[in-house]
Design a protein around this ligand. Structure first.
Ligand code: XMP
Ligand code: MG
Length: 179
């Protein structure tokens, strides 16, 4: 494991707060327009835990549920193809529900591609994806999130839930790490 250190802060605590309020307003507005008041937010652990918990406090809908899933990706460095393993509770209700998947960052897109395919098979009423950060330059899978907090260049970031080797999730800001 490389010994990486914090290089520079990309988003301050205040930047993140305003990004989240903006996405939450967009979400509230879109669902209200479609007269949908019940939403099942599915947080992809562990990275999106901090984001999802702040986001749901800013969405204005009358019935918001919070569920969690885990996703781990094993990337094969030779081929750049990835295998994604999902862990979903058996009693997670999807059929006929309005599902909003919340992720910390979209990179290759392989994880969300698999998650969305899997959930679509259970016939939700609607399914959308919200990500705090997006690195479109790294995309392998054909995947476009519905809500994006901020598009960032191809750099490894930590903080506000995002980790390097399980560290830095607790930082209130988001920073670039490097050698
Ligand atoms: P995909 O399948 O889109 O996977 O390649 C997205 C997952 O990759 C992790 N990831 C990061 N984690 N800083 C992180 O802490 C980053 O810059 C970063 N880029 C990708 C993350 O777990 C995300 O859910
Ligand atoms: Mg993640």
């Amino acid at each position: 494991m490389k010994n990486l250190r914090i290089k520079n802060i990309l988003f301050s605590k205040e930047d993140i707060e305003s990004i989240i309020k903006k996405i939450a307003d967009q979400i509230s507005c879109d669902y209200n327009e479609q007269q949908i008041d019940a939403l099942t937010v599915i947080c992809v652990l562990k990275g999106a835990a901090v984001f999802a918990s702040d986001l749901i406090r800013h969405i204005e809908l009358s019935d918001i549920r919070l569920e969690f899933i885990t996703a781990s990706s094993y990337l094969n460095s030779d081929t750049s193809s990835g295998e994604v393993i999902l862990n979903v509770a058996d009693d997670l209700a999807v059929f006929g529900k309005n599902i909003l998947i919340v992720e910390d960052i979209v990179d290759t897109g392989l994880t969300l591609n698999k998650i969305v395919k899997q959930f679509k098979a259970f016939n939700p009423n609607t399914i959308k994806v919200c990500t705090l950060f997006d690195k479109p330059d790294r995309r392998i899978a054909d995947f476009t999130p519905d809500y994006v907090g901020c598009t960032i260049p191809d750099e490894f970031i930590v903080g506000y839930g995002l980790d390097y080797a399980e560290m830095y999730r607790n930082l209130p800001y988001v920073a670039v790490v490097g050698e």
